[in-house]
Ligand binder design. Sequence first.
Ligand SMILES: N[C@@H](CCC(=O)N[C@@H](CS)C(=O)NCC(=O)O)C(=O)O
Length: 200
Amino acid sequence: MRLFDYLDSGNGYKCRLLLRQLGIPFARVDVDIMTNETHTPEFLARNPNGKIPVLELADGRCIPESNAILCYLAEGTAFLAGDRYERALTLSWLFFEQYSHEPNIATTRFIVKHLPADSPRRSELPRRRELGYAALDVMEKQLRAADFFVANRYSIADIALYAYTHVAGEGGFDLERYSAVRSWFTRIESQPGYTPITEA
Ligand SMILES: N[C@@H](CCC(=O)N[C@@H](CS)C(=O)NCC(=O)O)C(=O)O
């Protein structure tokens, strides 16, 4: 398998982390999102939406979208376990991540970390921060009641939400009041095969 990836991307990191925790060998292909390498005809043939991550299977078929890649890799493993209801809850957290969390927490980090200080996109920050804190409030409430997001077991719901939450500080989010979220970081970081986002 090959993972088309960008090291600082939390979406790419979700896939890297799960591949490593499942012990699946893969090759990382670095795609520079800052110089539009995601928009070459060659890349668009793999993902018409022009975004990493993309997982290329051994037979050449491709899967775009980080959370779809997590579902594909986790099928039949302890990372997507439980009955139909628990699997649906797992999906509900993956959709929450993509709709309420990532567009606010990840995008804020991207604007702060990767765009110039005079970027017009800075005007988006107040609203995205407000919505990002609302997503963190939801996570904190859930994690005050349970160690992990679904069925009290580490799963792809945790991986999807951990990816951008643990680096939210780089986008200026203050995690001080999120004590349950910070304890959950520690539990995730002690899982077998855990590797940090900075590891290529
Ligand atoms: N919903 C997608 C989002 C992917 C995404 O936003 N990828 C960014 C990097 S984190 C990207 O490739 N940006 C380059 C571009 O839009 O040209 C997923 O979860 O995989």
